[in-house]
Design a protein around this ligand. Structure first.
Ligand SMILES: NC(=O)c1ccc[n+]([C@@H]2O[C@H](COP(=O)([O-])OP(=O)(O)OC[C@H]3O[C@@H](n4cnc5c(N)ncnc54)[C@H](OP(=O)(O)O)[C@@H]3O)[C@@H](O)[C@H]2O)c1
Length: 353
């Protein structure tokens, strides 16, 4: 339940976000039955459970987005039992602004609920100029984490990730940086993202030897992107590491959103990470056929795409993005049916192959 709404300007800057943050003094009152609505899955062989659906702040929570909109989405997610919010140093735009905005919402609305949320951040992609603002050195990872904590106004994050493997830095150094973050009390757990099976296996072994077991791996995985099925899921399962796939809706392609063209304001209309040329005739015909299977299951395509990932018990959580409360609600309903018949799975594979 939201207790306050604002009139906001349409063009929004980081400066005006900060202004709102300081002037807003009416806190959100979270739904009292939020934990009855969600499924929580154990993350590998750890003590942590994550919601089956987690919310990522890569898009829609930056300095160019509207505070009142993304605040409502995030608080609605929390009201629906989503306890995990995923960030990275570079989320925005501009880079860092998603962390600042999350920090404002946590401070203004959820300051009494820090112990009820799992906040993750990452370092690994370009963040500042020069040789120390990118990739996987200890210098970069620790400096970046210090900056992230400041932006979010937090003492610690729950999960700190190496965002991508660095082919030039010894993997031992990158893993040592993750471990130091934990021993310094700046992170409770550590994770890997975008590591292929062999690199993941090495990293997991090193982290174990350092006494900082890897909690989780965050790979790209959807019906349209299935590389994790070629060994990564086995490595994670064998080592008791959880898995939280990102872009499970292929950035919106695996929904009914693009079936009749590219809507104004959609991610594809912005053309940066999802480009119009990626929405080919062949992709659209697959989306249409998948949509027909979803309809026969009484699900939206988005619901079926999320359920299709969650059917595998090795998956801890799916990490979605959402630009509105209605998208979030649509996606949450995927949890009503994550079972597939053998025939449905064969039909889906035929469409995808
Ligand atoms: N580790 C990494 O390298 C990495 C990389 C990328 C992402 N991530 C993480 O994964 C998170 C999710 O990534 P993602 O945003 O690409 O995930 P996604 O769930 O595949 O795509 C989210 C987008 O799909 C559209 N959408 C969502 N639900 C919908 C629905 N029910 N109906 C119609 N459209 C719907 C929205 O697009 P519109 O905005 O167009 O409405 C939304 O912004 C990120 O926020 C980030 O935390 C990690």
């Amino acid at each position: 339940m939201l207790t306050v709404s604002y009139a906001v300007p349409t063009a929004f800057s980081l400066k005006s976000t900060a202004y709102l943050s300081t002037t807003c003094n009416m806190k959100h009152l979270p739904s009292s039955n939020r934990y009855n609505k969600m499924v929580y899955n154990r993350c590998g062989r750890s003590g942590i459970k994550l919601p089956a659906i987690s919310l990522g702040l890569w898009h829609n929570f930056g300095g160019t987005d509207i505070y009142d909109n993304y605040r409502k989405v995030l608080l609605h997610a929390f009201d629906c039992g989503i306890t995990h919010f995923d960030l990275a140093n570079n989320y925005g735009p501009p880079p860092g602004s998603a962390e600042e905005n999350l920090g404002s919402i946590l401070k203004n609305d959820l300051s009494s609920y820090r112990d009820e949320v799992i906040i993750s951040t990452k370092a690994g992609y370009t963040m500042w100029p020069g040789p120390y603002g990118d990739w996987g050195s200890k210098k970069y990872l620790i400096s970046s984490l210090n900056q992230s904590l400041k932006r979010m106004k937090l003492d610690y994050v729950d999960i700190f990730y190496s965002h991508r493997p660095d082919p030039e830095t010894p993997i031992e150094e990158t893993m040592a940086a993750l471990s130091v973050a934990v021993t310094q009390g700046k992170a409770l757990y550590v994770g890997l993202s975008n590591y292929r099976p062999d690199d993941a296996k090495r990293a997991i072994k090193i982290l174990k030897e350092l006494g900082t077991p890897c909690l989780i791996h965050q790979p790209k995985y959807s019906m349209f992107e299935r590389w994790v099925e070629g060994g990564l899921l086995e490595v994670l399962n064998d080592n008791g590491v959880g898995c939280i796939p990102f872009s499970p809706l292929a950035q919106g392609l695996l929904t009914n959103k693009y079936l009749n063209g590219i809507p104004e304001g959609s991610r594809a209309s912005k053309g940066v990470f999802l480009k119009p040329e990626m929405i080919t005739e062949s992709k659209l015909s697959k989306i249409q056929l998948l949509n027909e299977i979803a309809q026969r299951r009484n699900q939206s395509l988005a619901q079926m795409a999320l359920a299709w990932i969650l059917k595998d018990s090795r998956i801890t959580s799916v990490l979605i993005g959402a630009s509105s409360i209605s998208q979030l609600n649509d996606n949450l309903k995927s949890l009503d049916n994550v079972q597939f018949t053998a025939d449905e799975l064969i039909s889906i594979d035929k469409i995808l192959n």
